[in-house]
Design a binder for this molecule. Structure first.
Ligand SMILES: Cc1cc2nc3c(=O)[nH]c(=O)nc-3n(C[C@H](O)[C@H](O)[C@H](O)COP(=O)(O)O)c2cc1C
Length: 214
């Protein structure tokens, strides 16, 4: 089975991406590519780089996990006191990158991040394993700490606090949805003849598609 998939990959990465093969809607196109990334065993295909900028215009990035997507956008979860969250508060314009290097593809997204409702965050939080729920309570993400043992002490404290019953959703933890303005699909080709298609949203919420030179 695994060897079948690797054969598929070889053929696939050699293939070109044509306009006629593209979905009119970029989220539909993303869904197709995401399924293919899963089939082709890309490691953690939902790991994406999130770029934000600080108040000085300095860019920062880090990996986060995509936990859901639909026509409204891409959802990830984090600590609302973290560096990224503070930067999003200052400037909600962010960018995502899915680096599917092993299949010679990338998808880059630009858009605006907004918090999802606490009801939506709770729906996801209750599905997380106990350890991750406690972990969310224990870490003041992005703050400077003097030692690892402090973190363990905090974790033990939270285990004692929430040893019975449900772990509540921390008020400082939840999801962001990135509403896309542009999505670029990049397919590596032979002789550096790569295919790039940029979807941009228009004033009437319709999507325009341009082929870009590699
Ligand atoms: C593969 C991978 C997935 C990650 N997923 C998340 C995530 O979903 N949410 C999160 O807050 N941090 C995640 N992290 C940790 C972040 O990269 C980052 O270290 C943390 O969120 C603090 O970032 P900040 O200080 O810029 O806010 C992940 C790291 C890796 C390598």
């Amino acid at each position: 089975m695994a060897s079948d998939l690797s054969e598929l990959r070889k053929e696939y990465t050699g293939a070109s991406l044509r306009r006629k093969d593209l979905a009119a809607n970029p989220i539909d196109q993303f869904e197709t590519w995401f399924s293919q990334a899963q089939e082709l065993e890309v490691v953690e295909p939902n790991a994406m780089s999130l770029s934000t900028v600080d108040a000085n215009g300095q860019a920062w990035q880090r990996m986060v996990l995509l936990k859901a997507f639909d026509q409204r956008g891409f959802i990830f979860f984090t600590n609302f006191g973290s560096r990224k969250a503070k930067q999003i508060e200052t400037n909600s314009r962010v960018s995502l990158l899915f680096p599917w290097v092993s299949i010679h593809r990338q998808v880059a997204v630009s858009g605006t991040a907004e918090k999802i409702s606490s009801t939506e965050s709770l729906k996801y939080f209750v599905k997380r394993p106990y350890g991750s729920q406690i972990g969310a309570w224990a870490s003041e993400q992005s703050s400077v700490i003097s030692s690892r043992s402090l973190l363990h002490a905090k974790l033990d404290e939270m285990k004692r606090k929430f040893k019975s019953g449900e772990v509540p959703l921390p008020s400082f933890w939840g999801g962001y949805r990135v509403r896309p303005n542009t999505l670029e699909f990049w397919q590596g080709g032979t002789n550096r003849i790569h295919d790039r298609f940029l979807y941009s949203i228009g004033a009437d919420d319709s999507w325009n598609i341009d082929r870009l030179s590699p």
